[in-house]
Write a protein that binds this ligand. Structure first.
Ligand code: FES
Ligand code: FES
Length: 172
């Protein structure tokens, strides 16, 4: 029996190859079968912009997009999203220019310690992709899974509105 356990143990933890498209780049990475998407992003891919908070699905700071949909990466098994398109905060800036949401957050003081900010930016980005000019209520609803202990939320809502109006002007 002891021998059986010894033989099975390494297999149980053997890594497997998984492919993803991360911020537009196709890549393959060796992952532990039980690794969360958060662990894969931060520890295997070095994308530490996605933050590690409660690990209980309660704070939203680990939010990433999987195929365009906000997902709590601390609760998502990496294996379940193989071949998925994963977008993180690192992919928001383009050609050296910050995303309008990032600009607006900085301009309005919507980030203080900043720990929650990547999650808010990703969730807000998904909202604006679906609804370019959301109402305040829609913004509150879309960001209701993200917690911030610093800003009191008002600046965050205002920043999303500012970015939305700028993006709409830019698109017109
Ligand atoms: Fe994922 Fe808090 S770290 S919800
Ligand atoms: Fe500090 Fe949100 S800015 S937790």
């Amino acid at each position: 029996m002891d021998q059986l356990i010894q033989l099975e143990a390494p297999q149980r933890h053997a890594k497997v190859m998984a492919s993803y498209i991360v911020n537009g780049e196709p890549l393959s990475v060796a992952i532990a079968p039980n690794a969360t998407l958060l662990e894969i992003l931060r520890e295997d891919l070095g994308l530490t912009g996605t933050k590690h908070g409660c690990e209980l699905g309660e704070c939203g700071t680990c939010t990433v997009l999987v195929d365009g949909v906000p997902v709590l990466s601390c609760l998502a098994l990496g294996l379940s999203h193989r071949d998925g398109r994963i977008d993180t905060v690192e992919g928001m800036a383009r050609d050296g220019a910050l995303h309008p949401l990032q600009d607006a957050f900085a301009e309005l003081g919507a980030a203080q310690c900043g720990y929650c900010t990547p999650g808010f930016l990703i969730a807000a980005n998904a909202l604006l992709a679906a609804t370019p000019l959301p109402s305040r209520e829609m913004i509150k609803e879309a960001l209701s899974g993200n917690l911030c202990r610093c800003t009191g939320y008002l600046k965050i809502f205002e920043a999303v509105e500012l970015a939305a109006s700028r993006m709409a002007l830019g698109a017109s």
